[in-house]
Design a protein around this ligand. Sequence first.
Ligand SMILES: O=C(O)CCC(=O)C(=O)O
Ligand SMILES: [Fe+2]
Length: 320
Amino acid sequence: MAMVRTRRGEDGVLNLPRTATGVDQFFHAVRARRPRRLPGVPGEPRWRGEFVAPDADGPRVTLQEFGYASRELARHGDTVDDTALVGPFRVLTAEGLDRLAEVCDRLEPAAGSSRFIATRRLRGADLVSPFLHNMIRDRGFLLACSRTAGVPLIPHPLRLPTAQINYFEGRGRPEIVRWHRDGMDYVFTIQLSDGADYEGGRFTYFQGRTDEFDDVTADDPRIREADCTARGATLFLHGSRVFHAVTPVTRGRRVTLVVSLFCPYFARRDSNTFWHLAGDDGILATVPGWLRLKWPVRDPALDFGLRAASPVVTWEDLRR
Ligand SMILES: O=C(O)CCC(=O)C(=O)O
Ligand SMILES: [Fe+2]
């Protein structure tokens, strides 16, 4: 099965705006507001462990294939953190997906608009949804994600970006995701809509180093599309090292859940910067998570697990 179709720039994907950097990023941070809190979502379905699909796995592209040198990659013993992209694959069963889509639909009124990366999104969704809280702290879910990425993963100690729902609707102002790289290293995007329900909304990425993106031209064959149109299609991305964007939805509705996980053993290499985070959530809301991330630990798996209210996942757990 072909994992990706090459999608050249002549259809205008490079015309999508880019996320602000430098001084502009600072001004986003000053203007950004703390995400709104819903009082709770009555009648939400319950998360169940059996919603995790057995043997989640998919085609894999390495960071070396994106142009990164081996010496730039994190290592633990003999394991090299070299996965750039996996998927699309399925991480949830059909029933799990239906319940998740229901939960994310109910949360839509709490979504806020932003001009930073994704135009309409709910940050910190697991802080208002017990379903999402339990899903991303379910040991089976974390093991499936860890094995896919090749490193032990737990929810990120920065709470606000850990579970984000993006909503796109083909009405009025175009809803997009600007060209950006994530602050996060280990990012899973789950499609909650079917490609037949909307037009546009293509997940596009640049198969090259992030420092090469500035020179990309419209006919660069490294501009590609990940075929994420099937409902339930899940894509893993080493988000901080891959430039990506979503084209405007011109008809219908597209919803995705973006889960950002954290490798406690590589905490010192975490790619987030304070100002990237604050660009989305504002300065005040960013401080508590930042302290949780930077506070020194003695036992990475245990201490970061506790900070994220998560079960412990270790290197030994990666063996299937
Ligand atoms: O909605 C998507 O498909 C991707 C969103 C994304 O890249 C992001 O929220 O950082
Ligand atoms: Fe992203």
